[in-house]
Design a protein around this ligand. Sequence first.
Ligand code: XIL
Length: 632
Amino acid sequence: MRALARLAVTTLLVAAPLTAVTAAASAVADPTPITVLTSDFEDGTVQGWAGRSAETLAPSTTVAHGGTGSLSVSGRTATWQGPSLDVLDTFVKGTAYTISVWVRTASGSDNARLSVERRTGGVAAYDQVAGNTAVTSGGWTNLTGRYTLATDVEFLRIYVETASTTGAFFIDDVTASYVPALPIQTDIPSVKDVVTEFPVGAAITGAETVTEHGQLLAKHFASVTPGNALKWDATEPSENTFTYTQADPLIAWAKAHGTAVRGHTLVWHNQTPAWVFLGADGQPMTATAEDKELLLGRLENHIRNVAGHYGDDIGVWDVVNEVIDESQADGMRRSTWFTVTGLDYIRTAFRVAREVLPAATLCINDYNTNVAAKRDALFALVSQLRTEGVPVDCVGHQMHINVSWPSVADTRAMLQKFVPLGVEQQITEMDVSIYTGSGESFPAPPADRLLQQAYVYRDMFALFREFAGEITSVTLWGLADDNTWLDTFPVTRKDAPLLFDTVLQAKSAYWGVVDPSKIEQTPPGTSGCAVTYRVTGSWTGGFQGEVKVANTGTTAWTGWTLTWAFTGGQTVTQLWNGTVAQSGTAVTVTNTSWNGAVAGGGSATAGFLGSWTGGNPAPTAFTVNGTACTVL
Ligand code: XIL
C-alpha cells in the first residue's frame, strides 16, 4: 500500500439526543472505522514483524501487493511458523477489530490462515481470525476476519500460518481497524421485561460479555447460549483431554448476572474432531460392533465430563443437534454417528445426560422444523424415543429464517405438531436474514428489508407468546448485527438478522418484539452521494488520479460500489483503497474491508494509476450503489 494513499482517519461522534420515541428511529449512522495498524513494507524494513520460530523474515521487492515492497517469509520448518506482530499495546479488550492481510506464496499453493496467539498466566490459546483460504504464487489473496479480545492477556500476537506445506510466502498491506462502539440505549425497555412468558436469550461468544456488548446483553436478555464454546471441538479437542477455557468465562458471566444458560451441544456431526470417528486401527469407523462400542464409549465419556463439569449451572442442553434428514426414507441424517450406531447414539446421549443431570431439560434440536416433511420426521423420531422411555424433554426449533420465509401459518403448524406429545418446546437459534436467496448481496441493509424484518419479529413473537404454555425459552442466534454467523453463511455478505445494529442500537426489529406500534416511526434515512474526481499527475501515456465518494444522505453505507465510464480509452492499471474491475469503458470500484462503512456525511477516497491514449477527459457521471451521484 502506498502510505500517502491511506484513507484519512476521522472519528465521527454521533451525539444525537435519544428520547424514547426518537430512539425508535435508531438511525444512528455508523461511525467511520479507525485504523490502528498498517504494515505496508514500503520502507525496506520488516516493520516490527518477527517469525514465530527460527524462520527468516526480510523486506522484499520481488512482489508487492501495493507499491513496491512486501515481507518475505522463508526457512519455515513447520506449518504453524510464519510472520507475527505484537499487538498487545494496540488491541483493547472488548473492541472488535477487522484485520486484513494479503498473502502470496513464493511457489506452489496451500491454504493460509490468519490467527491470534494470546497468553494469560503463561497459558497459550489460539484464535482463528480468518480460516483456511487458498493461496498461490500467481497473485495476492486477501485474508480478512474480525477479532475481539475478551480476556486479560500478557501476550498477544497476530500471525499468518499455512495448512499443509512449509514453503516461503509473502505478506503485504496488513491493516487492523475498528468501528467505535456507541453507548447502549438505556432509555428503551428491556426485552426481558417486556416478554415475560419465557426467557428470551442470545447466543454469545466472549466478545458479547465485555464492555458495551456486555451491558446490552445484561440489559435485554434473560438467557445465553454459548454459540461455539461448548461444542465438542472446543471441549474435547483430543481424546479425554477436556478444556473449558472458552466456555468457563461465559458460564461465570451468566452466573454473575443471574442469567439462564442453554448448553449447546453435546452431539453433532459438525465441529466434532476427526479423532472421534477413527477406529482403534486409526481408520474411519464403519458399522462394526467394535467401532460402535468404541464410539458410544467416547460419547458417554464426553457427556459425563462436559455435562458433569457444569452440573446445575446449565439447566437446558441440546443433547443432540440436527439428526434429521427428511430426504431419507427413515428420516435420519447419514452422519457417522448414525451409520456406525443407528439410533443408539441418540439413546445413549439422552440416557447419560439424564443420569448426570437429573434436573436438566434435555432437548433434541433441529432446523427447518417449519417444513412439513422435516417436522413429521422429527415428530416420528421423538414419539418413538419417548415410547421407548428415552428422556427427550424438549424439542428445539432453531428458526434460522428470513424476511419472507416461512409463513406464520407454517410456524404455527410447527408448534402445534408437538403439542400432543406433551414436550417442552424452545426456539433455540432464531435469526431473520435480510436475504431471500443466496444470490443476493447488499452493501447496506435496505430500508424495506429492515421493515419487513420488523414485521417478521412482531408476528413470530406474537405467535410464540400465544404458545406460552408450550414454549419455555426463545433464543436469538447472536446479540447484535456486528457479530452474526450469517455474515459468512451460506455465502460471505453482510447480513443484519438481529434486534440491534452493528453499533448496538435498537433496530425496527427490536420494536417489532417490544412495541410494534413504534415500528412505523422509524423515519426512513435519506440517501445521496457526491463524487469528486481529480487527475493528480499526468505524463505521456499515463496518469494518476483520485476519486472521492461522499455519503450526502443520513443512512450509513456498510459498503460502496462506485461506477463510471472512461470514454477517452483510459484504463485503470492499479488502484488503492478499493478493488477495481474494468470492462471496456465501464469501471467499477468497490470498497476494501476497512473503508466500506461510510457514515452519513462521511467519505472514502481511492487513488489509482491509469494509462491513456488520445485524450484523458474526466468522467461526467458516477453512481454509488446504483444511484446517480452529484459530481463535484
Ligand atoms: C454456528 C456458529 O454460530 C458459527 O460461529 C460456527 O462457525 C458454525 O456454527 N446451527 C447450529 C449452530 O446448531 O451450532 C450453528 O452455529 C448455526 C447453525
